[in-house]
Write a protein that binds this ligand. Sequence first.
Ligand code: C2E
Ligand code: CA
Ligand code: CA
Length: 432
Amino acid sequence: AHHDPLTGLANRILFNERLAEAVAEARRQQGSLALLILDLDRFKSVNDLHGHAVGDRLMQEAAARLVHNVREGDMVARLVGDEFAIVQVTGEQPASSAGLAQRLVDVLGRSFEIDGQMISIGGSAGIALYPQDGAEPSGLFQAADLALNRAKRDGRNTFCFFEPGMDIKFREHRMLEQELRQALAREELTVDYQPLVDCGTLEARGFEALVRWRHPTRGFISPAEFIPLAEETSLILPLSRHVLATACNEAASWPHPYRIAVNLSPSQFRAPNLAEEIVETVARSGLSPERLELEITEGVLIGDTERTLKVLRRLKDHGIRIALDDFGTGYSSLSYLRRFPFDKIKIDRSFVQNLGIDEEAEAIVRAILALGRSLRLDVTAEGVENAAQLETLRVEGCNLVQGFLLGRPSAAPLSAARRLQALAGNLEAGQA
Ligand code: C2E
Ligand code: CA
Ligand code: CA
């Protein structure tokens, strides 16, 4: 009753007893200790992708790596699911727990070989120290959890110490979440449209829908801030529904059949009927499905790939186009291009912004454009801010461009399309 049958590690009950003893001992000795909470990254996708038998083996192997790296006297436990805890009573703090956490993150970052397959996951850790972060086990757990949360938000595969103020930040985060919930209910979220422009003629070909939140007191909040927040909760679903419906209705009202691009978040793919829901929304708006283009990032393709591909194929069968967004920033873009027939790739703006500054960025842009040509994909370059970047892209044979030079996101897309005609004239005359 005190051990986890799968890994043989202590379970939560035994760990709680051990932690309480260790805290009592540290109090008597006026010593210190560290509580580490560790979470495996992407473990769920291993189960989805390779099945539970492989997931179990991986869990056992991960547990063995943890045990191998702690000293005699420190205890490792499996708390629940893919969460582990360690109480470290040996060594000088904070150096000792920092060293341990780094080692553990490193060993979890190495691939696991299971049944001849190489599987990569990774791990994140949060650390709380006795006595400064909590005088009791419950306080230490809370502090370590907050630190773990931060580590995961910092991009995973890393560890974090608890810091005073984290609980305030955490509460602010929760408050923002509450407000986002209200904003959705009150329809305070709006949609702006940024032109997607023909690189040769500088005519608008379509618009990307970008969600906007004008908070009544805090002012403009960037989607880069609240989309991740919405993704952590289930708010991403009603938010995305709202954006898609708004964008489709808007585009259906345009006198010209411009394309409309809408971003999809990886977490939407957890909903069981995503494809049907999208198809229905498009139908209700009266927009022809061929005019809709959904932008996904590589994040969508990590995890339950088979299911994801099924959803994407269903959308494509209805005539909806699929674009791969932020291309070049992920880590295995090329393999994704083989697994799904995308209609378009979008070169991430980090490459475009280094055109003319960094030869490597230029080489990458050229390579992506060549790739697009041979795979017969449209290529859009994002983040075009000046005429020199535009000129390079034009010479290299890019199809479409998007960026502040061509037009900022705005609530009035049709006047943006008109402004483009003037811009084309100015660029022709060399005035931009
Ligand atoms: P994204 O999909 O890569 O969208 C392009 C972002 O680049 C937009 O930022 C746009 O305003 C910005 N941008 C466009 N041209 C330029 C330029 O020339 N220079 C620079 N520096 N930036 C430019 P925004 O609107 O802040 O959106 C940020 C991200 O938030 C988007 O990146 C997208 O990932 C996400 N997002 C926005 N709206 C939605 C949405 O409705 N649903 C979902 N799931 N994500 C959204
Ligand atoms: Ca996008
Ligand atoms: Ca992008």
